[in-house]
Design a protein around this ligand. Sequence first.
Ligand code: ADP
Ligand code: TYD
Length: 206
Amino acid sequence: MKQAGKFITFEGIDGAGKSTHIAYVTELIRQRGIQVVNTREPGGTPLGEKLRDLALNEKMHLETEALLMFAARRENLAQVIAPALERGDWVISDRFTDSSFAYQGGGRKLALEKLDTLEQWVHPQLQPDLTLLFDVPLEVARERLDATRVQDKFEQEKTDFFAAARAEYLRRAREFPARFEVIDSTRAIPEIRQLLDGLLARLWPA
Ligand code: ADP
Ligand code: TYD
């Protein structure tokens, strides 16, 4: 794949504040005259959305769950992400492979080597140019969630699950410091926007 555009992923435990900032970052990029494609995982394609519905609502073996996440991802890469990056568009994805490490690896305790294997299979060459990790204590995320919506299978998980998912996210942020930016998402929304302005500025073409 010949990548001309930039690939930005949003990560964090449920309720951390990812969705709140996606529209803002999308607009920042558009203002530069760059085309942006928004996608989400699991999902992003008609087939991916069907797989999402299964993965988020049905009980299943943890390996089945991991395989469905990567199956949806394979389709999203083929149909949406790779073609957009090749055209020179920028792509913003609400979650990507770091979510599989955090939730299936950290949360469900699937061996990380298995996830490494799936990652090598599904996107051996591609990594995000920038991963924005929205980090908050579990209590804050939980409070924000309860206020807003009907909970899916993951959102009904217990504190231990999210503690492990958050820890795995932070471990990956330390492992891949070049692409990760950890954002303290307890800060006020305008402050986070200011921070995002600075982080995005590093990616602008010369
Ligand atoms: P996620 O997409 O990570 O699950 P959301 O962006 O949907 O999280 O945020 C969950 C809730 O928390 C929303 O109601 C949102 O308005 C609120 N929220 C997000 N960021 C902040 C913040 N920095 N301060 C206060 N409330 C926030
Ligand atoms: P999300 O899109 O954040 O849902 P919502 O918009 O309702 O907040 O997340 C979908 C759920 O899927 C979330 O709980 C995390 C989970 N997930 C995984 O477990 N593994 C993965 O690889 C991905 C991409 C998501």
